[in-house]
Write a protein that binds this ligand. Structure first.
Ligand SMILES: [Zn+2]
Length: 423
């Protein structure tokens, strides 16, 4: 009985390896050509944006931004939700966050931040369709620059036409190419750590602390710990404050042939400050409960927050092989998720239902076991304090890396090889 089960598991593993290799080739080709290999300048050398103002004058809503020097700009529009996007080179934004929460006329809010290592973005949210009627970078005395963007209301038809005209330039931000795929000499397991949000997408923000920063420092610490063990290769989907689309996060893991994908988040619930503790999620089409479904929907908005159009997922390429890989991946994901709950539960406070699933886009790789950890709720004052405490972080990182050790020791290597040799 046992032998039967493991023999079929091994066939699936073989299929999975094969699918992975097949798909990896295709995705590597996609992922490596963006060429945004981080040539980021230190923030001190970047042009500084200091003062942003949004105001209405008659029919016109005007956004102005003061800069330490003029920079080239480009504007575009995106529908669903309707937004105006201003792209510019990397800028050090020293603008009061409160300034961007203002609304004026048909502009409900705007936000700004790094989009890739060398590009920044301003996104203007529209409550009604509108178009840019003027966009210029003015030279100011003393070498300063001033960005002036004027917008006026447009019909739905005019807006859609502008969206269609701009579409060919709507490229997803390029990601840094993954480490040369599976250097053959290095047979160590490859773990991809995925700190959520970043750049223009801060994630949850509570009392001036952004989720993107909390999860990045957790991810970096986890990477150090895993690498120090000498047992793993570790790749991060981002290791600084930049925006990475959900699709690119998945692509990085697949192109590199990752053995495990761990996404890190720390959300907030505006309505329930008493809800707290860590939760481990796996992906599934059907959510285990309403709260998980809501959370997944919120996390899946990350691309829209960063100013991307929702892209259709390219999938279902390999039929039966893909189905097998998916089913097997799901099994491994839940094995790892259970390990995580066990290990985390022994050292940090867990949510009362600590193991759940929902349709998280970022857990969508059909051939890489993937989980998403919500470290805690930034909306809970107690959790927020822990998330920023060194002692808590050390414990939680220790628990996650112990769960990773367990997963690879117990569930992977040994059984597979034994049966394959016999056949
Ligand atoms: Zn999040």
């Amino acid at each position: 009985m046992h032998r039967l089960r493991s023999a079929s598991t091994d066939r699936i593993k073989l299929a999975r390896r094969w699918t992975q290799r097949l798909l990896a080739g295709a995705f590597l080709a996609l992922a490596c050509c963006g060429g945004a290999a981080a040539t980021s300048r230190p923030a001190s050398e970047l042009p500084v944006a200091t003062d942003a103002r949004l105001e209405q004058a008659g029919e016109v809503v005007r956004l102005t931004l003061a800069l330490s020097q003029p920079v080239p700009i480009e504007t575009s529009v995106i529908a669903g939700p309707d937004r105006i996007v201003i792209d510019l080179p990397s800028v050090n934004f020293q603008v009061q966050p409160a300034a961007s929460r203002k609304s004026a006329g048909f502009v409900s809010a705007f936000r700004f931040g790094l989009f890739t290592a060398d590009r920044a973005r301003i996104i203007i949210d529209l409550s009604n369709p509108a178009l840019v009627t003027k966009a210029e970078m003015r030279q100011r005395r003393g070498g300063f620059g001033e960005l002036v963007v004027e917008m006026t209301r447009a019909s739905r038809g005019e807006f859609q036409a502008a969206v269609a005209r701009g579409r060919p330039q709507q490229a997803e931000p390029a990601v840094a190419p993954p480490a040369p795929a599976a250097a053959p000499a290095d047979s160590r397991q490859l773990v991809v750590i995925d700190p959520g949000h970043g750049g223009i997408d801060p994630g949850a923000v509570v009392a001036a602390i952004a989720e993107k920063a909390v999860v990045l420092s957790f991810g970096q610490r986890l990477k150090e710990t895993l690498e120090a063990s000498g047992r793993y290769r570790v790749l991060m989907t981002r290791d600084d404050d930049r925006f990475v689309s959900l699709g690119d996060r998945v692509k990085v893991a697949r192109a590199a042939g990752a053995d495990l994908f761990v996404s890190i988040h720390a959300d907030s619930l505006t309505q329930a400050q008493e809800v707290r503790g860590a939760t481990v999620y796996t992906g599934s089409e059907r959510a285990t409960d309403a709260e998980s479904a809501r959370l997944a929907a919120k996390e899946n908005q990350a691309d829209a927050v960063g100013g991307l159009e929702m892209a259709e997922e390219v999938q279902d390429v390999a039929g039966i092989l893909m189905d097998l890989a998916k089913r097997e991946t799901r099994t491994f994901s839940s094995v790892f998720a259970r390990n995580l709950v066990e290990k985390l539960g022994a050292s940090v406070k867990m949510h009362k239902v600590p193991l759940r699933s929902a349709g998280f886009k970022v857990l969508g790789a059909p051939d890489v076991p993937s989980v998403l950890i919500e470290l805690g709720y930034m909306s809970s004052p107690k959790d927020a304090e822990l998330l920023n405490s060194e002692a808590w972080r050390r414990q939680a990182v220790g628990a996650v890396s112990a769960a990773i050790d367990d997963y690879f020791l117990r569930e992977r290597a040994p059984a597979g090889k034994a049966v394959l040799n016999r056949r």
